[in-house]
Write a protein that binds this ligand. Structure first.
Ligand code: SF4
Length: 407
């Protein structure tokens, strides 16, 4: 199996009521009995994820979820988890039982999927039990694509897989640096090896930038920030682009001549996974913050915090220094985005490397819906260190937004 990071894989959620055969269908996709299947309703409690190659599409993660009609207090918690899985997925399969028509649970799910603009397909499982024409008419009235299968006889399973593969969203056009360079261009990547760097390896955006550059037949030079001047002096041609870790931006800006395009890995990630123009708009709010304003610093994973941690220590410090205001800063880690977003005047989000693009987009959407400006670490750091607009210059859509907020 290819070593594609989970967050880079397309996520497919299998959702529906209890005992409609979600786990059986997941097993049919995988081709093995990974997920426990039982006639007892509610066997699947927490979401179960399985990474696999769905050929010829490529790497995916299948997520089996708890029944949306789960009962009791614990059931409500499971339903919350299922809703969260849906909002972080790229595609959903709504599994139905031909013995029942649509219930309020499923109708709510359908509305939620439509609100999220999440592509999905209804699958009527257990076709060996007969056809429910009323259910089919209901699905048609909602304009929903449906498919009939049997996990018991395997009828329609192969065709369903083919159908899902055709419907899965592809993100072939999205690249970190692939569209910024071409064959024989030189790209310089600045990778500080400090206490915050993971031991013995590079982080995902650095690895991805190297791989994409090689795919474009470009020439990649990787240097620590301290060696950057020496690296540049040894090049006979100017590099097409210099990309640095955000935290080294001040030093790197001083070392890279103005006629060489410069940006940061965080800004590349903002463009790749987030919404760079939206983050640039979010910078305006930094200037509008007042004493007592609440700011949310959101990290999408709970990594071990360093002494001078970027999210917990440095960004709060830089924000207070830059604004000269007494800010009320909350810091959250992990996969849960708080439900009280409206309490905040600004959200400063990490790069979200552990999130799928869909999940990151959902967070941005949530902020936009309630009108809370959002910016990511890298854009905010470059701004507070005076490296904006320079670090945005390679991206016309970001510069357009910058010009608007500076008016
Ligand atoms: S960028 Fe966010 S998701 Fe990635 S390691 Fe940092 S805190 Fe975790």
């Amino acid at each position: 199996m290819s070593k594609v990071a989970q967050s880079e894989r397309i996520h497919i959620a299998f959702i529906g009521k209890r005992n409609v055969g979600k786990s059986s269908l997941v097993n049919k996709f995988i081709g093995q009995d990974l997920v426990i299947v039982s006639e007892t309703p509610g066997t699947t409690t927490d979401p179960v994820k399985k990474a696999m190659e769905l050929l010829p599409f490529g790497p995916v993660v299948l997520i089996d979820t708890a029944g949306i009609d789960d009962e009791g207090e614990l059931g409500e918690k499971r339903i919350d988890k299922t809703i969260k899985v849906i909002s972080e997925s790229d595609f959903a399969i709504l599994v139905l039982d031909p013995q029942q028509n649509l219930t309020g649970y499923e109708i709510q799910l359908i509305e939620r999927l439509k609100n999220l603009e999440l592509p999905f397909l209804a699958v009527i499982n257990k076709s060996e039990l007969g056809i429910n024409y009323e259910l089919i008419e209901e699905l048609k009235s909602y304009g929903i694509n449906y498919y009939t299968v049997s996990c018991f006889t395997d009828e329609g399973i192969y065709e369903l897989k083919e159908k899902v593969i055709r419907l899965l969203p592809t993100e072939e056009d999205l690249t970190l640096v692939g569209d910024l360079i071409k064959q024989h261009d030189v790209i310089v990547l600045v990778v500080p090896i400090d206490l915050g760097a993971p031991k013995g390896r590079l982080i995902m955006p650095q690895v991805q930038a190297i791989r994409e550059s090689l795919d474009e037949d470009a020439i990649v030079v990787v240097a620590k920030d301290k060696e950057l001047r020496a690296a540049l002096s040894k090049l006979s041609d100017k590099p097409k682009l210099v990309v640095t870790d955000s935290q080294a931006i001040m030093r790197v800006t001083a070392d890279v001549p103005d006629d060489i395009p410069l940006t940061t890995f965080s800004i590349l990630m903002a463009r790749y996974k987030g919404d760079l123009p939206e983050y640039v708009r979010g910078l305006k709010r930094i200037e509008e913050l007042q004493n007592g304003d609440k700011v949310l610093i959101a990290e999408a994973c709970s990594h071990h915090a360093q002494e001078d941690d970027i999210g917990k220590v440095k960004i709060p410090r830089w924000l207070r220094l830059h604004t000269k205001k007494n800010l009320d800063i909350d810091i959250i880690n992990g996969h849960d985005f708080p439900s009280n977003l409206a309490d905040y005047r600004l959200i400063v989000h990490c790069g979200g490397c552990m999130l799928t693009r869909k999940a990151m987009q959902m967070r941005i959407k949530q902020a936009k819906i309630i009108g809370i400006p959002i910016v990511n670490y890298g854009v905010a750091i470059s701004y507070m260190h005076g490296a904006i607009p320079r670090a945005l210059l390679p991206f016309s859509e970001a510069i357009t937004e910058w010009d608007k907020i500076k008016k």
